[in-house]
Design a protein around this ligand. Structure first.
Ligand code: NAD
Length: 278
């Protein structure tokens, strides 16, 4: 059985909501991709409870619309801001530049502006270098790399000065492991692209940062959680000896978007329980 946060930190669980609150964020507007489930859904919900209106986007239209509705219906009860943000869910395939334009147009039409853009959608194929197919390689680079670049382009065109972009990289950008060649390459590209974008978009007053999560408890890591050997290995190599929760990635995201990070750009924050060192 895996070690839980409750065991290591009595009185707390991995999923306990982050209590950090930046009141200056209320009234702002965010686009979050890959928001039907996993971290994207938690990001959308957490932002909305802090008064940020959110366009939640995903290739899975049915699920993202349902997720946005579900978050919307619980917002009033959970709001940390005087007024919770509003939510819309819409389909967007991040590999299609025109879909990003539609997201930007929807955000401006519904909420009047764009302040934050979170390029979160991603895919993870597990395959050894000699087995991975051209289709898997192509899809990984298209979603994880091109998807981030097209998102940043749309954000840069439509965002107000002072805006912030956060890209989802991975600990795989910092540490390579077997079976993840295409994924590691794509996430290293995201980390490097984040630096390039920060240098260019600084002219517009837009900050660009990345988050590099380690093992986080979502559908993407279900295969690790369902395989006792893989799980034991993961818990061994993570110095904190547990998987992280999406909430625990949301905290650093919130900080990066906030005014407290207004002089931080071109940076990747690892949220990995220390696993990049092992
Ligand atoms: N879970 C982890 O341990 C982990 C670790 C490091 C990095 N990440 C990264 O964090 C991000 C979120 O991961 P997650 O764990 O929440 O994954 P997840 O699989 O739970 O969710 C990913 C979402 O992205 C959507 N998506 C996939 N392709 C898309 C496309 N072409 N256009 C639009 N949406 C698309 C999926 O439908 C899904 O809703 C990803 O970029 C992932 O690579 C995850």
């Amino acid at each position: 059985m895996s070690t839980t946060t409750e065991q290591l930190n009595p009185g707390r669980t991995d999923a306990a909501p982050m209590t950090a609150h930046y009141p200056e964020m209320a009234g702002k507007v965010a686009v979050v991709t890959g928001a039907a489930q996993g971290m994207g859904a938690v990001f959308a919900s957490g932002l909305a409870t802090r008064g940020v209106s959110v366009v939640a986007a995903d290739i899975n239209e049915e699920q993202v619309v349902a997720t946005a509705r579900g978050i919307g219906s619980e917002l009033a009860a959970q709001s940390l801001a005087a007024e919770p943000g509003r939510m819309v869910g819409m389909r967007a395939d991040v590999t299609v530049p025109a879909d990003h334009e539609k997201l930007a147009e929807r955000a401006v039409a519904e909420f009047g502006r764009i302040d934050f853009w979170i390029n979160n959608a991603g895919i993870f194929p597990f395959a050894l270098a000699e087995d991975i197919s051209p289709e898997q390689i192509g899809a990984t680079l298209k979603v994880n790399v091109e998807g981030v670049l097209y998102g940043a382009q749309a954000a840069a065109r439509h965002m107000a000065p002072g805006g912030a972009i956060v890209n989802m990289s991975s600990v795989s950008a910092l540490r390579v492991r077997k079976g993840r060649g295409a994924y590691c390459t794509s996430k290293a590209a995201v980390a490097h692209m984040t630096e390039s974008l920060a240098v260019e978009l600084g002219d517009k007053g837009i900050r660009v940062n990345a988050i590099a999560p380690g093992y986080i408890d979502t559908a993407m890591t279900r295969w690790v959680q369902d395989d006792p050997v893989a799980l034991a290995h993961a818990l061994e190599v993570v110095p904190l000896h547990r998987l992280g929760s999406p909430e625990e990635v949301f905290g650093p995201l919130l900080f990066l978007l906030s005014d407290s990070a207004r002089y931080i750009t071109g940076h990747s924050i690892a949220v990995d329980g220390g696993s990049r060192h092992v």
